[in-house]
Ligand binder design. Structure first.
Ligand SMILES: *Cc1c(COP(=O)(O)O)cnc(C)c1O
Length: 243
């Protein structure tokens, strides 16, 4: 079924509200990062008009073109880099984004701190934890996390905000919750050690209920807002009819 971006967003907000009630989450404690990778500027503008202001991008070059687009500049957008960070891209990321999710290596964090321009606020950082063991290599292991967090928290131009994870995909809500619960436990363990983390970046279109059950504060949602990626030409998005 075809739907517009405002219609999909209304459905998404209803899903989030139901999950928040079901899992006794405080009102206002879950925000949406709209994942706009591979979506045209028109689709981002439509989501902005529908009330979203945080956007997540995975690919640096694609994102820079959008960030610089006159239809989007000066409109209060917070840009989140959610893809893997390559060391040769850190300068562009440090100067154009507000948040980076998915830091798992200290040398990448050091580069981002060194390259964060003086006139900008510190760059917000989430460390990526690998909660799926062998099945995916992305993210720090649980036993590496405290040392990484300590080192990143000391970097002057970064602000350590929390943790993110990308678990191995599964349709089973119990498996989804088990993976997100590991992140939640790691988050509380770090805060017990004196960190002041306030962000759990977990949950996508297919598993956001499980993420909300396990404490997510930012859900990163693409297809549930914009429709399937790469299936429709840009002019369709102009009329907000992407599916
Ligand atoms: C693409 C992507 C998302 C959004 O996925 P959807 O299934 O479209 O909601 C979230 N997080 C990351 C890191 C992604 O790469």
């Amino acid at each position: 079924m075809d739907a517009t971006i405002p219609q999909r967003l209304a459905r998404l907000r209803a899903r989030i509200a139901i999950a928040m009630t079901k899992y006794s989450r405080a009102p206002g404690s879950v925000d949406i990062v709209a994942v706009s990778k591979s979506q045209p500027v028109e689709a981002i503008a439509a989501a902005l008009a529908a009330g979203l202001h945080r956007f997540g991008e995975n690919y640096v070059q694609e994102a820079l073109t959008k960030i610089a687009d006159p239809r989007l500049t000066g409109r209060g957008i917070e840009w989140h880099f959610i893809g893997p960070v390559q060391s040769n891209k850190t300068r562009l990321i440090a100067s154009r984004f507000d948040w980076v999710h998915g830091i798992a290596r200290l040398n990448i964090a050091q580069r981002l701190s060194e390259q964060r321009p003086e006139q900008l606020e510190p760059l917000n950082i989430c460390l990526q934890l690998n909660v799926s063991g062998e099945t995916t290599k992305a993210g720090a292991a649980l036993d590496e996390l405290p040392d990484l967090a300590r080192a990143v928290a000391r970097l002057p131009r970064l602000r350590l905000r929390g943790l993110m994870t990308l678990p191995a995909p599964t349709q089973d809500i119990h498996e989804q919750r088990a993976a997100f619960h590991k992140l939640y436990q790691a988050f509380h363990e770090l805060n017990k050690q004196g960190f002041q983390l306030d962000t759990l970046s977990t949950g996508m279109s297919d598993d956001l209920e499980a993420a909300i059950a396990e404490g997510a504060t930012l859900v990163r949602v693409g297809t549930a807002i914009f429709g399937a990626r790469g299936s429709a030409p840009a002019h369709d998005a102009l009329h907000s009819t992407l599916k």
